[in-house]
Design a protein around this ligand. Structure first.
Ligand SMILES: *[C@@H]1O[C@H](CO)[C@@H](O)[C@H](O)[C@H]1NC(C)=O
Ligand SMILES: *[C@@H]1O[C@H](CO)[C@@H](O)[C@H](O)[C@H]1NC(C)=O
Ligand SMILES: *[C@@H]1O[C@H](CO)[C@@H](O)[C@H](O)[C@H]1NC(C)=O
Ligand SMILES: *[C@@H]1O[C@H](CO)[C@@H](O)[C@H](O)[C@H]1NC(C)=O
Ligand SMILES: *[C@@H]1O[C@H](CO)[C@@H](O)[C@H](O)[C@H]1NC(C)=O
Ligand SMILES: *[C@@H]1O[C@H](CO)[C@@H](O)[C@H](O)[C@H]1NC(C)=O
Ligand SMILES: *[C@@H]1O[C@H](CO)[C@@H](O)[C@H](O)[C@H]1NC(C)=O
Ligand SMILES: [Zn+2]
Ligand SMILES: [Zn+2]
Length: 411
């Protein structure tokens, strides 16, 4: 499911910087006709439908962006590498023309490869084609080399913050091509090299990628193959003094994670909700509905310190009812959660309050998780959600879930 584009906006304010994080477009090019992504056939809303991936009009209305998972949830036999390249091309063009002078940091989502998920651990035709589309944004010979090799790269912002754009689709459990390898596309060794160098040079790093190195709350297991999951998390913990923020997608919900070292919060990971409202449905399971979302991240552009997150959403029902795109502010982390900023220690303080299922904070969090859609969350649900915020190790997550323990606090 996705990809990101982090856009870095530089307003005239001296210290503050902003970037948009937009992810999981999942454009269904057949939305107006067969609607191949739709779980069931119904009268589809003009601006989108909870049973389907995004129509072009919804994608266009975001016109800010990020790229991950541009391609829809469509069976492999109905898509192809050429079609995926075409979709990336349309979205690239939209972003490029909407943000002609903003740096844009784009990464792939797992659906952008063909066949879906099966990223190989070496360069291939899609990386080369995409590089031609993104070369305007991914500038430099070294960047070109790593992108062609594994679709990852690093660039610095105008104020010296290092952006590290990872291709974590290589680690995704559904990728059967990289399973059993130790370092697909040499991305881990490259990442350690970049972070070590940043530490020496006293640079601060923002990491962005698609699939997060986290426990998928619903299945109770990591999204990644276990060895990759552990390796990436070891690196994150090892270099938490260098990393000032992490932004991922793929989960299609609004989520966050805190990392601890001896009970001290040292890093925070943010997972942005998707543009697509598509919900997962099988014969036995109806996933929750959600609205399209995009977010603005505010950070200190000299130090990278994360100051705030403002989440916007499109009210799908009223947009369809009123025949226009209605984007609105949903919440602002600092004011709505009463936080000074969104650094690891502030997020830790929030997580402590979320431990109480009856708290206003948890009620808001639960509703905002699905981008302003209230859903039932009983005590088992609350425990599962809460434990997934603070544990990336499966055994600790499971211990936290045991009813006899209740949600166990860290710190
Ligand atoms: C889909 O149909 C809507 C009107 O229902 C139209 O506005 C839009 O341009 C069409 N999109 C495409 C890609 O054909
Ligand atoms: C793809 O497979 C589905 C069944 O899984 C079938 O209904 C559909 O016709 C196939 N499409 C093409 C283009 O072969
Ligand atoms: C996508 O790109 C193609 C080729 O550039 C263009 O013909 C088409 O109109 C674009 N589609 C949309 C919805 O912008
Ligand atoms: C991708 O591009 C590189 C550099 O231009 C080239 O050496 C390589 O053969 C290409 N790979 C494929 C699969 O086309
Ligand atoms: C993006 O826009 C620039 C001009 O602002 C242009 O030179 C470049 O070719 C465009 N790239 C794409 C992929 O449209
Ligand atoms: C942690 O960082 C140190 C110093 O850069 C390095 O020697 C060590 O191998 C790293 N360990 C892991 C697990 O990344
Ligand atoms: C929706 O609005 C467009 C113009 O923005 C108009 O062309 C179209 O007819 C309207 N559709 C309906 C169902 O009212
Ligand atoms: Zn994804
Ligand atoms: Zn997705």
């Amino acid at each position: 499911m996705i990809r990101h584009i982090v856009i870095t906006w530089n307003f005239t304010v001296i210290i503050e910087g902003w970037f948009w994080h937009v992810t999981d477009f999942h454009w269904d090019t057949t939305y107006n006709s067969t609607g191949l992504s739709c779980n069931r056939q119904t009268n589809r809303g003009e601006y989108g439908d909870p049973l389907c991936d995004s129509p072009w009009i919804l994608i266009q209305s975001t016109s800010i962006y990020y790229f991950r998972d541009s391609v829809a949830h469509i069976k492999n036999n109905e898509t192809s590498l050429e079609k995926n390249d075409f979709i990336l091309g349309n979205i690239t063009e939209l972003l490029n023309s909407s943000f002609p002078s903003s740096p844009l940091y784009a990464t792939y989502g797992n659906h952008d490869y063909y066949p879906s998920n099966m990223y190989p651990p070496y360069g291939n035709e899609l990386y080369n084609k995409t590089f031609e589309q993104w070369r305007h944004w991914i500038v430099g010979a070294e960047q070109e080399k790593t992108f062609r090799r594994g679709a990852y790269y690093t660039l610095k912002t105008a104020h010296g913050i290092r952006i590290v754009a990872l291709n974590t689709n290589l680690y995704y459990k559904s990728d059967k091509v990289t399973e059993g390898l130790t370092d697909p596309a040499h991305q881990f060794s490259w990442l350690e090299g970049v972070l070590s160098s940043s530490r020496k040079l006293q640079e601060k790093v923002i990491i962005t990628g698609h699939v997060p190195p986290a426990i998928a709350e619903e299945g109770g297991q990591p999204w990644m193959h276990m060895n990759f999951h552990n390796e990436l998390n070891n690196i994150i913990l090892n270099f938490s003094d260098v990393i000032v923020g992490m932004h991922f997608g793929h989960q299609h919900i609004d989520d966050l994670k805190v990392y601890y070292k001896q009970d001290v919060p040292v890093a925070a990971l943010f997972s942005a909700p998707s543009v697509t409202p598509w919900r997962y449905i099988t014969s036995t399971y109806d996933g929750p509905a959600r609205n399209p979302g995009i977010r603005l991240v505010k950070y200190d552009r000299q130090t990278g310190k994360h100051l705030d997150i403002i989440q916007y959403y499109l009210d799908l029902q009223s947009s369809n009812a009123n025949n226009k795109t209605i984007w609105q502010k949903l919440y602002q982390m600092t004011s709505d959660y009463h936080l000074a900023d969104v650094t690891p220690s502030s997020i830790h303080a929030l997580v402590q309050r979320l431990k109480n299922a009856g708290s206003n904070e948890f009620r808001s969090f639960n509703k905002w998780r699905f981008v302003n859609i209230d859903r039932q969350c009983n005590s088992d649900c609350h425990t599962r959600v809460w434990c997934s915020l603070i544990h990336y190790q499966q055994n600790e997550f499971e211990k936290c879930m045991k009813p006899s323990h209740g949600p166990s606090a860290v710190g």
